[in-house]
Design a protein around this ligand. Structure first.
Ligand code: SER
Length: 884
């Protein structure tokens, strides 16, 4: 038997041997095609190669592509479990030519692989072609020797393939396998074609055209090939069954489900096991590609699939959550071909467990409500829209889950009534919201959200993507176009740009359409819409255009490193200072991070060093950073740090990083840091590079602030510090290690020299040099008055004292000319202060010098003036005071 894993290898190696590059599967979330909800075919990642927009260093490729068909144009969800071949997740094997070979080589390559490589009996194969494609008919005849009755011409869209409403497309030829007349069904195009006898296994598309939104088509620059073969179907026929769910891979998942519920895989619960096996694959792969359960967009499709599986688990009688227990079986089967699955295993298991635990809390009550409603309804009547809405709103039953439950009972839902109830609720939410006082022009964004839906954020996984412009806004009003030189706010259906929140700044970058370029200077959010603040730099951009979105990756990666470092810092501070440390605010910019937290006193140098060392230890640990979605309560129960005062919805994103090294206190016992956070983070803590704290300061009462750097900025900072040290050492002519001692020695030397200089100045002033005047006798009082240079105001008191000592009894006036200004001091010996005050002498002198005031005690007074120019007059004025 050829296992599914062997079939995949055979296919890829066959085309590899024929000169094709073996290209890995692209993610399930299409980054290069805003018209698609999920990747639903192998050609999606190559769209721009077909249209010639992009070229790569290969012109032939082969892939095994992960595909999800649930939601959007291709949606098989409702049928899964009830048929032999529908899946929400499947793998598509394909070979592609980008202007290299065309039909003449594609058909023989496919035929030879099927008949020789896989050894399929040629007589069981037949094909369809587009009704006008004579060329394909001829190649089939010539190479495969098929007779006319085994080449069926089809005139419908079945043989004209397109991925979405726009993009590359073309006629196709499909290869069918006849499972034999023991199974009911007829060949394609016949009235019995829906039977299971003739099964399409491979679609070869001859890509020739590009379809545009206005309905026009152009010829592609190069004719190309896109083929797609569902691996499950070909595995089924190679394993002798016509049921995809009986292939080795699906069977092992079904058995895992049966074992876990102690039930018979082929018994009455058979459908449930099939649904579970299929949904296990789609949900796990979606999460591995970054989709998380939520209430909008892709995340909601994921949640719908999960809940559908969980109801079937419940119907099997599973007493406890089931889905997460099946993940190891899936990883065992598919982890080798898709390593991302194994890497995300823990996160997938935990998310499934959380979701199932939570959904089970309302599932029973919802099902009871459903039974009650149904028992009151007449035979065959549909469930009212209002009841279905209540199940949705109160019990978390997605509409398709209710429909799935009713299907078994042969009933349907009044979907119009459901839509009305949903619209009424939205209107109510809007009314409540518009009073909430957000940004002034936010009403326009609410309109955009109503019309175009909320923005799907791709930026956790990628920094470039394509999006479709959903609105252009200028001055609070929508507009159709914006031209070079204008500023404009742009909303798109999906974006990799992060909108400012939780302290992390919004992304910047470039948005390009076929007609213009806009530079994004900031990104913010209102009403679930991501608003790109932009300036059109070239040409014009138009509402409705497809656009290429490129985040400034260097800036974002610096922001990411800072944000992740903030989480590590938070935990390290809790370890060093205590559990009272709680986040009070943060800033994650490209050049630095800032973290405010509750704490009452300055942080000691020792604690700072400890915190910095601990953060760096976890950086070096280089553990993966993981995110999960859960309820706020569950997150708190795990010990996650929540931001004080922040409002959380009914689900939160939890970011964990670092594994306890045994020394830390930790949160959930093994994880180092666990925080509620919507921001973007590094993949591994090692990506932070390095962490350097700049210092701690008081931010407000009871709140400290730490600023820090990471990665390149941290290194540049250290390098700059080092350069300063080197420069200092060079100036000091000493090795860097001796700089502190040298500086200390120099400071000591300077202090003693300064003392010495002061002493010398005083001595010089006392000796008076050659121009020292003798003391005069005024009114019987010895009076020494002198103008000094080369000394400062600080030297005056000591000089006054010395003159007083020398005079024994008398008065002194000293005017220090300090260059542009003057310092003045007066003194009177104690024996005279009863009748004479130094303050009076000083004031009289200062007034003459053009200064104001001055003061002190009767024995000593000091003051200053703008200049010493009138020193003579000042001395004369002092003399007058002495004269009484
Ligand atoms: N794009 C085509 C399909 O999905 C062939 O790969 O069927």
């Amino acid at each position: 038997m050829q296992t599914l894993n062997e079939i995949r290898s055979t296919f890829l190696n066959y085309y590899g041997d024929h000169g094709h590059a073996i290209v890995p599967s692209s993610p399930l979330v299409p980054r290069n095609d805003p018209t698609l909800m999920f990747t639903a075919a192998g050609m999606v990642q190559f769209k721009n190669l077909f249209t010639g927009v992009e070229t790569r260093d290969y012109s032939r490729a082969t892939t095994a592509q992960k595909c999800v068909r649930a939601g959007g144009k291709h949606n098989d969800l409702d049928n899964v479990g009830y048929t032999a071949r529908h899946h929400t997740f499947f793998e598509m094997l394909g070979n592609f030519s980008f202007g290299d070979y065309f039909k003449e080589e594609a058909i023989p390559l496919a035929w030879d692989l099927l008949t020789k490589g896989f050894g399929i009996d040629a007589s069981k194969l037949l094909v369809t072609v587009y009704h006008t494609d004579d060329e394909a008919v001829e190649i089939w005849k010539k190479h495969a020797g098929l007779s006319d009755d085994r080449i069926i011409r089809i005139a419908t869209d079945d043989n004209f393939w397109s991925a979405g409403p726009t993009g590359p497309c073309g006629p196709c030829t499909e290869i069918f396998y006849d499972h034999g007349d023991h199974i009911w069904g007829g060949p394609p195009g016949s009235p019995e074609e829906d039977g299971d006898r003739f099964v399409e296994i491979w679609n070869l598309v001859f890509m020739q055209y590009e379809q545009f939104e206005d309905g026009t088509r152009r010829d592609l620059p190069n004719k190309s090939i896109d083929t797609g073969m569902g691996i499950e179907r070909v595995a089924a026929l190679l394993q002798g069954t016509n049921d995809n769910y009986s292939t080795d891979l699906m069977r092992s998942l079904i058995e895992a489900s049966a074992n876990a519920t102690s039930s018979d895989p082929d018994g009455p619960g058979k459908t449930h096991h099939r649904v579970i096996a299929d949904h296990l694959r789609s949900t796990s792969f979606l999460m591995a590609d970054g989709v998380m359960p939520s209430n909008d967009g892709r995340g909601y499709v994921l949640r719908r699939i999960m809940r559908r599986a969980m109801r079937h688990a419940h119907l099997l009688g599973a007493a406890d959550p089931l889905m997460h227990r099946l993940v190891p079986a899936l990883v065992a089967q598919m982890g080798q071909a898709y390593p991302e699955l194994g890497q995300a295993q823990t996160m997938i298991e935990q998310t499934l467990l959380q979701e199932e635990t939570r959904f089970r809390q309302t599932l029973d009550r919802g099902l009871k409500l459903l039974d009650d409603e149904l028992s009151g309804l007449p035979e065959g009547a549909n469930l009212s829209g209002a009841s279905a809405f209540k199940l949705y709103d109160t019990y978390g039953f997605p509409l398709d889950l209710t429909q799935d439950a009713l299907r078994e009972k042969g009933r349907a839902v009044d979907t119009d009534g459901f839509d009305d109830a949903m619209a009424a609720q939205k209107a109510k939410a809007r009314a409540a919201w518009s009073g909430s006082g957000e940004a002034a022009d936010a009403t326009v964004w609410f309109d955009v959200a109503d019309k175009a839906g909320v923005t799907d954020f791709l930026g956790y996984e990628t920094e470039t993507a394509e999006g479709k412009i959903a609105a252009l806004v200028q001055d609070g009003k929508t507009t159709d176009t914006a031209e070079a030189g204008q500023t404009v706010q742009i909303a798109l259906n999906q974006t990799p740009f992060y909108a400012e929140s939780g302290g992390q700044l919004g992304d910047t970058g470039v948005i390009t359409t076929t007609t213009g370029t806009a530079r994004v200077t900031d990104t913010r959010k209102a009403a679930g819409v991501f608003i790109h603040f932009a300036e059109v730099e070239k040409g014009s951009i138009y509402n409705g255009q497809d656009a290429v979105l490129e985040v400034d990756a260097t800036r974002r990666s610096a922001i990411r490193a800072n944000h992740s470092a903030t989480h590590l810092l938070h935990e390290a501070l809790r370890h060093a200072l205590g559990d009272h440390v709680a986040q009070r605010g943060s800033l994650n910019a490209a050049d630095r991070l800032r973290f405010d937290f509750s704490h009452n006193e300055a942080i000691s140098a020792q604690d700072m060093a400890r915190v910095e060392a601990e953060v760096n230890a976890y950086v070096r640990q280089n553990s993966t950073v993981e995110t999960r979605i859960m309820t706020p309560d569950d997150a708190r129960a795990l010990g996650a740090q929540a931001l004080f005062g922040e409002k959380y919805g009914d689900e939160v994103r939890v970011v964990s990083m670092g594994t306890q090294d045994g020394s830390g206190k930790g949160t959930d016992g093994t994880t180092y840091s666990l925080e509620l956070c919507g921001g973007t983070h590094v993949a591994r803590t090692g990506d932070i590079g390095a962490f350097v704290m700049l210092g701690d300061s008081a931010s407000s009462a009871g709140v400290r602030r730490i600023e820090a750097l990471t990665g390149e900025a941290a290194l540049s900072h250290l390098r700059a510090q080092d350069a300063l040290l080197t420069k200092t050492a060079t100036e000091l002519k000493s090795p860097a290690t001796s700089v502190p001692e040298r500086v200390r020695a120099l400071l000591d030397e300077r202090r003693s020299l300064a003392n010495e200089v002061a002493q010398l100045r005083r001595e010089l002033a006392m000796s008076g040099g050659s121009n020292a005047p003798e003391a005069q006798e005024i009114n019987g009082i010895a009076f020494h008055a002198q103008v000094l240079t080369g000394i400062t105001g600080k030297d005056l008191p000591a000089l006054i004292d010395e003159h007083k000592t020398r005079l024994k009894s008398g008065a002194v006036l000293l005017i220090a000319d300090t260059g542009g200004k003057a310092a003045v001091a007066a003194g009177v010996t104690d024996d005279l202060i009863a009748n004479l005050s130094a303050v009076d002498i000083l004031r009289a002198a200062v007034a003459e010098l053009g200064g104001k005031g001055g003061g002190g005690r009767p024995d000593m007074a000091q003051g200053g003036s703008p200049s010493a120019d009138n020193a003579e007059a000042a001395i004369a004025a002092a003399t007058t005071v002495l004269k009484g």
